[in-house]
Design a protein around this ligand. Structure first.
Ligand SMILES: Cc1cc2nc3c(=O)[nH]c(=O)nc-3n(C[C@H](O)[C@H](O)[C@H](O)COP(=O)(O)O)c2cc1C
Ligand code: SF4
Length: 508
């Protein structure tokens, strides 16, 4: 009997380790031989811990599991009170286009054998038969854009590093994942670490880098362990090392752990932290692509950008490019959180409307009350009211509505949410997380909190100051932490003026 139970942090937080122990004990008690595989999550967090039992027809899902539900896994499975049917037939799974997360929740995360059984290493093998320039061209042609937030074309970044002349180049994977409502990087590293390793190895071969670093945060202990285990396995199998899969290319990598500061996700701050310095933003130019880690040409890419490369190299640029809408090609791993009925990870081609995502896929709010707004793109993203729910989920459409998709985290809020408090929270977050390098952010965010407090206290003269301050931060900040904090603030003010007026009236 083969049973799958996620080791994913969300599942573990919901009790997966206790369920695993109980399954093992129950099997021993009954004298049943089982193989218990701790896999990644399928992304349906409201069903975690979700156990799966392998059958001839496919895997049957059971969840959310409690200790009382464990003995039933050894009885009549159809009659099990938590039986959900075949995992692949669940609506949430069927509606997705899983390219980057194709293996997550399916494979045994640190089994290279299992990885290869599920198309693993095919992209790397194809890349090894191509010239580095041709690999860069393939990634460019796929239309892949950075999934970390800025949406910069990955192929163009790679070409800059490829064309740079240097004795040493680096691949740095940005796995800091500090945005609110985001967990795709963690899920991928926990559930399918070889995909990231493969993507980084392809990147290294493409640009001439022989060393890679994954920069992540100490709050991700399971992801760190899984990545380290997978790197060791890959090294022992010759996927990493002086001769990648027996070729003349060398590539190796390691995991580096930061203490967890939001600004350390900003690429230049990350590089400082990686070099052992304080996580403070560097002025650009020089671009990291030319002078990055230790002053050498460096590709800095998000986990999901790099983990999307194997499928692009395996299936070809055209295959990937055909998904999506406009200049937003391929798929995006939506991360749905906040006050929501069905929270989790949903990978889909760009182009669904925000309303479809929130109302149909996420099922509206957990509280059952009307949705008031959705913050898209983390703490620096704009709040979208329901009147903008027809906005297609693409880089361009969100930018056109003064928003951003960022790393595709969505925080859903119901009608009880006070948008003035949300605006204040954005300023407070910026004040706390600011690296302090530039004045508009370091001082502006503190003044922003004070000014919004004046609004809340009923001072009508403070409101124009908020807009003025936001303009200054937007135009004058060195990086997007100070530069984008105005998005949540101004979107709250623009779309929900009553919340700001009500505060005034209440104080009068
Ligand atoms: C304050 C701040 C925090 C950021 N945090 C992250 C992060 O956690 N992960 C990430 O991939 N990119 C983050 N970014 C974006 C990175 O600076 C950079 O654009 C990205 O790593 C490039 O990779 P990509 O092109 O693959 O997206 C952040 C940017 C800013 C300004
Ligand atoms: S905007 Fe803020 S976080 Fe960015 S460089 Fe300036 S002070 Fe640092």
């Amino acid at each position: 009997m083969k049973i799958y139970l996620p080791l994913d942090s969300a599942a573990v937080a919901l009790g997966a380790d206790d369920i695993a122990e109980a399954i093992t004990a129950e099997a021993q008690k009954r004298g049943v031989a089982i193989t218990l595989i701790r896999n990644g999550s399928r992304g349906m967090v409201w069903l975690e811990p979700m156990a799966e039992v392998a059958t001839e027809d496919g895997r049957l899902a059971f969840g959310p599991m409690t200790l009382e539900d464990v003995p039933g896994l050894f009885g009549d499975l159809e009659a099990h009170p938590k039986a959900l049917g075949l995992t692949e037939e669940l609506d949430w799974m069927k509606r997705q286009t899983r390219l980057t997360f194709a293996r997550c929740g399916i494979v045994d995360p640190t089994s290279l054998h299992d990885y290869e059984l599920h198309h693993g290493l095919k992209g790397l093998k194809r890349a090894l038969g191509m010239t580095p320039a041709a690999i860069v061209q393939e990634v460019t042609d796929s239309g892949l854009r950075g999934r970390g937030g800025a949406g910069f074309p990955t192929g163009i970044k790679w070409k800059t590093v490829h064309d740079a002349k240097a004795s040493q180049k680096y691949i740095v994977c940005n796995a800091d994942e500090g945005d609110s409502a985001t967990f795709a990087d963690r899920m991928l590293m926990e559930g399918d670490p070889f995909t990231l390793i493969e993507g980084m190895a392809i990147a290294g071969i493409a640009v001439g880098a022989t060393k890679g670093y994954i920069y992540t945060r100490s709050e991700y202990p399971i992801a760190i362990t899984q990545m380290q285990k997978a790197i060791e396995v890959a090294r022992a199998a010759g996927v990493l090392g002086p001769r990648v899969l027996g070729s003349d290319y060398a590539f190796d990598m390691e995991v580096r752990v930061g203490a967890g500061a939001y600004v350390c996700g900003e690429e230049t701050s990350l590089l400082n932290s990686l070099e052992g310095k304080r996580g403070v933003v560097r002025a650009k130019p020089p671009l990291p692509a030319l002078q990055g880690f230790m002053g050498k040409p460096t590709v800095v890419n998000n986990v999901i950008s790099l983990a999307s490369v194997p499928v692009i190299m395996d299936r070809g640029a055209a295959f990937y490019k055909n998904f999506g809408m406009g200049r937003s090609h391929g798929t995006m791993a939506l991360q749905i959180a906040g006050n929501v009925k069905f929270g989790g990870l949903f990978e889909t081609a760009f182009g669904l409307s925000l309303g479809e995502i929130v109302n149909e896929i996420a099922g509206g709010t957990a509280s059952g009350r009307p949705v008031k707004a959705v913050q898209v793109g983390g703490p620096l993203g704009a709040w979208f009211p329901t009147s903008l729910f027809d906005t297609p989920f693409t880089y361009e459409d969100f930018a056109a509505k003064d928003g951003l998709i960022g790393h595709a985290g969505l925080t859903i809020a119901d009608d009880r949410t006070d948008m003035l408090k949300m605006a204040r929270f954005a300023m407070e977050f910026c004040a706390i997380e600011s690296c302090g390098k530039c004045t508009p952010c370091r001082i502006g965010a503190v003044r922003g909190v004070e000014t919004l407090d004046r609004v809340a206290a009923g001072d009508p003269s403070a409101l124009p100051l908020v807009a003025d301050l936001c303009n200054t931060m937007k135009a004058g900040s060195l990086c997007a932490l100070g530069g984008f904090t105005p998005y949540p603030v101004m979107s709250a003010l623009t779309h929900f003026p009553d919340d700001f007026a009500t505060a005034k009236a209440a104080a009068e």
